[in-house]
Write a protein that binds this ligand. Structure first.
Ligand SMILES: [Cu+2]
Length: 320
C-alpha cells in the first residue's frame, strides 16, 4: 500500500546479507534464499486498464471471456493497491446466468508473470481439469453446466489460493433460478454487495497471520457511503450479497429493517423469514429482501463492528 513495503525491506536486507556473505567468502545463495518470486517487480510496475468481460448467449449456451490482469485499484481514499484482478476491477464483474445454462468460459491471462485460473462455485466441474492454471499470455477455455441457482463466489484457484484471493481475484456470479424467486413480483429494485478484505499489499505472511487492514463493500471503503443505494418509501429492495473473505465471515445487517425474505446462498428453497442478520461464511452468499417503510438513511453493515469500522459499511437512502 505504501511505496516502501515490507517485501522491499526484505529485499534490501537480502542484498545486505548477500554482500556480507560475499565479503565473508561464502556463496550468497547459501545464506539466504530469494524471497521474491521472479517477475514480481514487473507485476508491481504494471497497471493494465480495465476491460469489459465478453458475454454472448446462444440459447442456453453462454460464452464468457474474462481477463486475469494486474491493475491498480483505490481501496480507500488515496490508498492504491496494485491488485491481481479479473478484468481490472476488485471485485471482478458481476456475472449473471440462468439455471440450466452451459457456460463456455475463457480466461485470457494478461498477467505477464503469474499463472491464474478460475474456480466458479456455481458449476459442477472437475477442479483438476477445469479449474487449472492458465499461463501468462495464454487463453484457457473450459465448459461446465450451471445447474444450481444461487449467489456464488468465483475466484482464482491458483496456488497458493490465499495469495490470489487476497490480492483481489474474486467476484460474484448470480445463477437465476429457472422459475425465479417466489418474491420476484414484489421486488422494486435490486443491488449487489460484495464484502472482502485487504491486507498489507501482496504480503503473503500478513494474509496468513494478520487482521485485515480494510474490510470493504464492493472494493473500497467510501463509494457506497458517498453514493448511497436509493429507494422509495414502500419499496421492496433486494440485495445479492456475497462474502469473498478470504479469511473472515460477514454478519450482514441492514440497520432499521428486518429482512422479510432471505434465500441462503441464493437458492429459492433455502427461504428464511424475519431475519435480523445473515451469517455469510467466507464465500457464502444470500439474497436478502427488505421493505423500507420510512424515509431516511439506513446503514448497511457487517455487524462485526471492527470490520464495519474498517470500511464494510454502505447506506441505503430512502426518500418519499
Ligand atoms: Cu490468480
Amino acid at each position: 500500500m505504501g511505496q516502501f513495503t515490507f517485501r522491499r525491506l526484505a529485499s534490501v536486507l537480502m542484498v545486505i546479507a548477500c554482500a556480507a556473505a560475499l565479503y565473508a567468502g561464502s556463496r550468497p545463495e547459501e545464506v539466504v534464499a530469494d524471497p521474491k518470486p521472479g517477475g514480481q517487480e514487473e507485476q508491481e510496475a504494471l497497471s493494465q486498464p480495465p476491460v469489459e468481460p465478453e458475454i454472448r448467449r446462444e440459447g442456453n449456451q453462454v460464452y464468457i471471456t474474462m481477463t486475469a490482469q494486474v491493475t491498480n485499484v483505490e481501496i480507500s481514499e488515496g490508498v492504491i493497491y496494485n491488485a491481481w484482478t479479473f478484468n481490472g476491477t476488485v471485485p471482478g464483474p458481476v456475472l449473471r446466468v440462468k439455471e440450466g445454462d452451459m457456460i463456455h468460459f475463457t480466461l485470457r491471462n494478461l498477467d505477464p508473470v503469474m499463472p491464474h485460473s478460475m474456480d466458479f462455485h456455481a458449476v459442477h466441474a472437475s477442479p483438476s481439469s477445469k479449474f487449472i492454471d492458465v499461463h501468462p499470455g495464454e487463453d484457457g477455455t473450459f465448459v461446465y453446466p450451471a445447474n444450481s441457482p444461487g449467489v456464488f463466489m468465483y475466484h482464482c484457484g491458483t496456488q497458493p489460493v490465499l495469495l490470489h484471493i487476497a490480492n483481489g481475484m474474486y467476484g460474484t456470479i448470480i445463477v437465476e433460478p429457472a422459475d425465479g424467486y417466489p418474491t420476484d413480483a414484489e421486488v422494486d429494485r435490486e443491488y449487489t454487495i460484495v464484502q472482502s478484505e485487504f491486507y498489507e499489499e501482496n504480503d503473503y505472511q500478513k494474509f496468513l497471520d494478520d487482521e485485515p487492514a480494510y474490510v470493504v463493500f464492493n472494493g473500497d471503503d467510501f463509494t457506497l457511503k458517498e453514493q448511497p443505494f436509493t429507494a422509495r418509501v414502500g419499496d421492496k429492495v433486494r440485495f445479492y450479497v456475497n462474502n469473498m473473505g478470504p479469511n473472515e465471515v460477514s454478519s450482514f445487517h441492514i440497520v432499521g429493517t428486518i429482512m422479510e425474505d432471505v434465500y441462503l446462498d441464493g437458492n429459492p428453497r433455502n427461504r428464511l423469514y424475519g431475519m435480523q442478520t445473515v451469517m455469510l461464511p467466507a464465500s457464502g452468499g444470500a439474497v436478502v429482501e427488505v421493505t423500507v417503510t420510512e424515509p431516511g438513511d439506513y446503514p448497511i453493515v457487517t455487524h462485526q463492528f471492527n470490520h464495519a469500522a474498517k470500511g464494510a459499511m454502505a447506506v441505503l437512502r430512502v426518500t418519499e
